[in-house]
Design a protein around this ligand. Structure first.
Ligand code: ZN
Ligand code: ZN
Length: 406
């Protein structure tokens, strides 16, 4: 893309750039100056700090602007420039990529929003599957396949994973280091008669794991080592929380707003636990986080570990009203993935996006044993993008539900 013409505003603060496709960009003088990439301004090593913004005049303004290199470069000299004899030059392609007009911002945010694009509203809820043999055949491509499913659709099952304890570490070692929580790097979901409902045979309602952390675990992996045929019950249910929240926004904007504003508190305080180190964790946050653009970028839902509601008197009733409406949506059958894990299934899902539940079960002399771990969302997203580039795929950095569109 090349620049056709430029024009400076009367106050010398805005540069209007007309492109070869007639798109118009408007760049502030400070923006153009502070993103200068000349040898005096561009960091030479990571964290090298060369532009100290407060040292510049607040009245920094355009003095001279020229198009060079047949429209492929912009040449700028500033009034009230801090550096002696300084020229800023920008590549046209970079400028166009970073255009911050409303239309370009919206296009960028929408392109990254793979979650909204892949909500399965009105479609059959079947978890996507990848076969372990595909990972064995081509480790990079096979790993990329399951990462893509979880990033775009929220969940994936790798079938035919050998039922050996080390497999979960072997598969995740291709992606990221395990995310440590108070339950340790790897844990076993098996009936031990312990002090946690997950380690018993009782049912677990739809929930996310561990919102008592500032950053709840990202990807969750559950490897089915045993699910004996004698065992009855224990079926899995999953719901895309982002889908539920968008339904809430549509059906009841008032309740949606309440869950954006009024926070709940989650805690795990256990000073004499049965099977883990003593913990004292608590975190207050709203159920829904919006970004600067009004997009839903974070959702939290775990009714099982709420501690006492600590909000102003005027917010108590509206909180419970919104909470009940949200529960009603989450429990709708048409939103639910329903499936039964088999030995060898490795279920992977985005814990910041998908709610999961388990029906109660009866052992009848059999065993149901899952081995689980977490991966940090930042690491997974980074690996996904690095792997995409290595494999030659053109992938836009995706929204993953970690409270950010970008
Ligand atoms: Zn410079
Ligand atoms: Zn634009």
């Amino acid at each position: 893309m090349s620049i056709k013409s430029v024009q400076i505003s009367l106050d010398k603060n805005i540069l209007e750039t007309c492109w070869s496709d007639d798109h118009i960009s408007r760049f502030h003088a400070k923006w153009i100056r502070f993103h200068c990439k000349c040898v005096r301004c561009k960091p030479t090593v990571t964290f090298d700090y060369k532009i100290d913004i407060p040292s510049f005049s607040p009245d920094l303004a355009y003095d001279e602007v020229k198009i060079t290199d047949e429209g492929h470069k912009l040449y700028v000299i500033f009034e009230k420039e801090l550096f002696h004899n300084h020229v800023t030059e920008h590549d046209a392609d970079w400028l166009r990529q970073k255009c911050y007009c409303d239309a370009c911002l919206e296009e960028k945010i929408n392109a990254r929003d793979v979650i909204s694009k892949h909500l399965r509203s009105g479609r059959e809820k079947v978890p996507p599957e990848v076969y372990f043999e595909e990972i064995l055949e081509d480790s990079d491509r096979g790993t990329y396949m399951w990462l893509q499913h979880v990033i775009e659709e929220g969940l994936c099952i790798i079938k035919h994973v050998p039922t050996e304890e080390k497999m979960i570490e072997e598969i995740t070692s291709k992606v990221a280091t395990l995310e440590m929580t108070s339950y340790g790097p790897v844990w076993n979901v098996i009936d031990t008669g312990g002090d946690n409902a997950a380690y018993s045979t009782i049912g677990l309602p739809l929930h996310q794991d561990q919102p008592q952390y500032e950053t709840a675990p990202g990807f969750q992996l559950l490897h089915t080592l045993r699910f004996d045929s004698a065992v009855t019950g224990g079926n899995s249910t999953m719901v895309d929380l982002f889908e539920a929240v968008e339904i809430l926004r549509k059906e009841s904007p008032e309740d949606f707003q309440t869950l954006v504003e009024v926070p709940a508190t989650w805690c795990q305080i256990d000073l004499n636990p049965f099977s883990i180190e003593p913990v004292y964790l608590e975190h207050q946050k709203p159920h829904i986080t919006l970004d600067y653009f009004g997009k839903v970028v974070g959702c939290v839902w775990q009714p099982g570990t709420h501690s006492a509601l600590q909000v102003r008197e005027r917010d108590v009733e509206r909180y419970y009203k919104a909470h009940n409406k949200m529960m009603e949506i989450i429990r709708r059958k048409e939103l639910q993935y329903k499936f039964k894990l088999s030995a060898g299934d490795l279920l992977i899902f985005n814990n910041r996006r998908m709610l999961h539940a388990r029906d109660a079960y009866k052992s009848n002399g059999g065993v149901r044993h899952l081995r689980g771990t977490y991966l940090r969302l930042d690491h997974v997203k980074s690996k996904y993008l690095v792997l995409a580039r290595k494999l030659g795929y053109d992938v836009i950095p995706p929204k993953v539900g970690n409270n950010s569109s970008m």
